[in-house]
Design a protein around this ligand. Structure first.
Ligand code: GAL
Length: 374
């Protein structure tokens, strides 16, 4: 009865005030100015009663996938109605800047550091004109969730440091491995045994698709696609969240995972990822572990319903807790439009945990009341 009443009230409000009162995955998502939200590959945090959604600002046309403006931010009290807060990390005009206009800034994620009182943004940075070769993780910092963020620096993580539990016998390369044919069984074994970790040991490990996760004890981790996107790396951040402690591990070696999104419920970490097919959608994967350091158990495709085999034509980006709904989470994904990136759409769905497995059911339209029924 209470549920029906709140649905009727929100429906009336939407008629009177033109407000959104539900999520319609894949549809045109109007901000409070009536413009389609422009925050792709994003993440959401909650600060003092307000949600902030950060994402890649995309432009029109093929060039629109490069960073022509920077990272955008929207704010909302209810998750349905988003106010445009503008660009919070701007690209720079200086051609020598790492974040010069036309570089690639992807998958920005913001976290709050309780010790320093700063908001820290991490994103995947590619240098202008170098395709996806630089494979760096970059950090920026702000005193306010609304920015402006000041660019700090970029990294190839874990330079000169072996991952945890890396066998001594894998620390030196065999000359034979250079000539292995990609995807031959011997090559897969060599990758699993750290062939690319060894290759990048001196230079630092690659960081492409990424997310940041802050644990209950305030320790933070960068989770990044590394080793030519073949293996995810989980790298612990320093107490100020601006550097690496050099404690890191490899997850699902040679598993080809991208787009990591993580959350924790009842002491279990869950991760949802995608395969690697560029802007094209593929089947999502899921994992669980009792420790951030693994072992991570493979759980398979979490999606259920029409389009489940292609993650509802989208790719994961983030999972965040809903305030006031204990242990309830929203899964965020992007339906990319590479020919006109600004049109990229958002797929948000409630996360259900069934027998320690995340499940994403498709809804054409839903609202936060689904969590009362979970
Ligand atoms: C995807 C990745 C995106 C973007 C794209 C470029 O696989 O998840 O963030 O990097 O490739 O092709």
């Amino acid at each position: 009865m209470k549920l029906k009443f709140s649905i009727i009230i929100s429906f009336i409000c939407s008629l009177i005030f033109g407000q959104n009162n539900s999520f319609e995955p894949g549809k045109f998502w109007k901000d409070t100015d009536g413009v389609h939200i422009n925050a792709h590959g994003g993440g959401v945090i909650f600060v003092d009663g307000t949600y902030y959604w950060y994402g890649e600002f995309k432009s029109e046309g093929k060039e629109g996938n490069t960073a022509l403006k920077g990272v955008s931010c929207y704010s909302s009290k209810d998750l349905y109605n988003w106010h445009n807060e503008g660009i919070v990390l701007e690209v720079e005009e200086d051609p020598n800047s790492e974040i010069t206009k036309g570089c690639i800034m992807e998958r920005p994620k913001v976290v709050f550091n309780k010790k320093t009182g700063k908001y820290v943004m991490w994103f995947h940075l590619e240098l202008k004109g170098e395709g996806y070769d630089a494979a760096r993780a970059a950090a920026a910092i702000s005193d306010s969730p609304k920015g402006p963020f000041t660019y700090k620096k970029s990294y190839r993580p874990n330079r000169g440091v072996w991952p945890m539990n890396f066998k001594d016998e894998f620390k030196s390369a065999s000359t034979a491995e250079r000539n292995l044919k990609s995807w031959s069984p011997e090559w897969v074994t060599a990758v699993k045994n750290g062939m690319l970790v060894r290759r990048d040991f001196k230079k630092g490990q690659m960081a492409r698709d990424m997310t940041v996760y802050v644990d209950d004890n305030e320790k933070a981790y960068l989770i990044h696609s590394s080793e030519e996107n073949l293996t995810l790396h989980i790298s612990e951040l320093t107490d100020d969240y601006l550097d690496f402690t050099e404690k890191w591990t490899r997850m699902a070696p040679a598993g080809h995972n991208e787009a990591p999104a993580i959350f924790k419920k009842d002491g279990i970490y869950y991760m949802i990822t995608s395969g690697c097919t560029g802007w094209d959608p593929n089947e999502a994967r899921s994992f669980k572990s009792k420790s951030i350091w693994g072992p991570w158990e493979t759980l398979g495709n979490p999606c259920v319903g029409k389009g489940a085999e292609l993650t509802f034509y989208a790719q994961s980006t983030y999972i965040f807790p809903v305030q006031g709904k204990k242990d309830q989470f929203i899964f965020m994904a992007d339906r990319w439009k590479p020919d006109n990136p600004i049109d990229g759409a958002y797929i948000w769905l409630p996360v259900k945990i069934t027998h320690e497995k995340p499940v994403l059911n498709w809804f054409d339209k839903w609202n936060l009341n689904v969590f009362s029924e979970n």
